[in-house]
Design a protein around this ligand. Structure first.
Ligand code: CO8
Length: 372
């Protein structure tokens, strides 16, 4: 059978952090660090830390705030990371808890419950543990049948998982699959790094996919395409070998690092080219696109890509951003954007969900609104 997206759902942490709060905290940390290293700075042995700025962040990225699991721990200059309480093994883990809320939101919107699902894919940049899979914990918590597994492709985690779900339904291995992307990004951020302290936020998003021949309304998946090309310009060295490595790594190396300028320059043309190629191969043209739900890393980047794809100036509604509220939510971004900006579509109207990021990776999914 063909496949439709039946519904989507969202979880956000209850609190968010504004740029002003984040910059105030970083600047207090930087001033203290400079005072502590005043001698070395004076002797030219170290560089003083420059202050961060709200104006820079908004202009360079379009980000104004981000949801976070623990703003207090992040803003506390003696800590600069969220505080997470370990839970007993018989309690839902943090990622599963966030994921379950998003999944139930998606199910409730169309009057379904967990028992109607026969596959769960949990796909996110970082996984809370190695095993058992978070997806299997979510499968159990919602009462789904079938199978569950985890996967991870950084910023393309959701789109790559959507293709796996589409394939599984097309092959008859499942009838209704939930793809859930709980992106708990803030523990991976280096809040002592001015270049990246503002970039990410926490969120979870879920997508219910099912057989199109059941005849429900939703979004028909017209075509999916994935592409990867190796790059070290976005990297985290965190992994299961860390505790055995000798000499031990600096903790900073286990956090998110990127060469943002290079990423911008290399990824924009790669994405625009891939979208246009995929579009042409599907017999579609830019004029067929009512909306592009692009990956949410940077508003300037999205402007460059959308202009290349449309081949003209375009209105904000044709490629909306959610960066102001959510910041970059890694693999979840393009799907959160789709979730927030799709209720004005008429039957037959088409759009593109497209992720891009670390790897590099690009995931492109054309959808069409279908009625019952
Ligand atoms: N405040 C004030 N000034 C600053 C700040 C700051 N906070 N940060 C940097 N500056 C300074 C720089 O030091 C630089 O100064 P100088 O010119 O003296 O060297 C100047 O501002 C300009 O800096 P940049 O050239 O770096 O500024 P850009 O305009 O390039 O903007 C961005 C920086 C926003 C990082 C931009 O390059 C960008 O967004 N690039 C694209 C990045 C991207 O898309 N990355 C994808 C990442 S997401 C992803 O793949 C997911 C991975 C999984 C994540 C997991 C969760 C943690």
């Amino acid at each position: 059978s063909d496949v439709i997206i039946r519904s989507t759902g969202l979880w956000t942490p209850p609190h968010s952090i504004s740029n002003a709060q984040l910059v105030e905290s970083y600047n207090a940390y930087a001033a203290r660090w400079n005072a502590e290293h005043a001698g070395e700075i004076e002797r030219g042995e170290r560089e003083a830390k420059q202050p961060s700025s709200v104006e820079f962040i908004e202009k360079a990225s379009g980000i104004r705030s981000r949801y976070a699991i623990d703003p207090d721990g992040i803003l506390d200059t003696s800590r600069l990371r969220p505080k997470v309480e370990p839970r007993p093994d018989d309690a839902l883990c943090l990622m599963a808890e966030a994921g379950v809320v998003a999944v139930k939101d998606a199910l409730n919107r169309v009057g379904l419950d967990g028992g109607d699902v026969d596959g769960v894919i949990c796909s996110a940049t970082s996984m809370q543990r190695t095993y058992p899979c978070v997806a299997i914990e979510i499968q159990d918590a919602i009462g789904a049948t079938g199978f569950g597994f985890d996967m991870s492709v950084a910023c393309s985690s959701a789109t790559f998982a959507l293709q796996q779900a589409v394939n599984a339904i097309r092959c008859g291995q499942a009838n209704r699959i939930v793809v859930v992307t709980p992106e708990i990004t803030t523990p991976q951020l280096n809040y002592t790094d001015r270049d990246s302290h503002f970039i990410f936020g926490d969120v979870a998003v879920a997508v219910i996919l099912e057989r199109a021949d059941w005849g429900n309304p939703g979004w028909k998946i017209l075509s999916t395409r994935l592409k990867t090309q190796y790059s070290n310009n976005i990297r985290s060295n965190q992994g299961f070998l860390n505790r055995c490595e000798e000499p031990a790594r600096d903790e900073d190396e286990m956090l998110f690092v990127q060469n943002g300028r290079r990423v911008f320059k290399e990824v924009c043309p790669m994405v625009a080219e891939m979208i246009l190629q995929h579009m042409g191969d599907c017999g579609l043209t830019p004029d067929d696109m009512k909306r592009l739900w692009l990956h949410q890393a940077n508003s300037n980047m999205n402007r460059v890509i959308a202009q290349k794809v449309f081949g003209r100036e375009y209105a904000d509604a044709e490629a909306p951003t959610i960066l102001d509220e959510f910041a970059n939510t890694a693999g979840a971004g393009s799907v959160v954007c789709f979730h927030r900006h799709n209720d004005d579509f008429e039957t037959g109207e088409k759009g593109l969900i497209c992720s891009f990021g670390a790897g590099y990776s690009v995931g492109s999914i054309f959808v069409e609104r279908v009625a019952a």
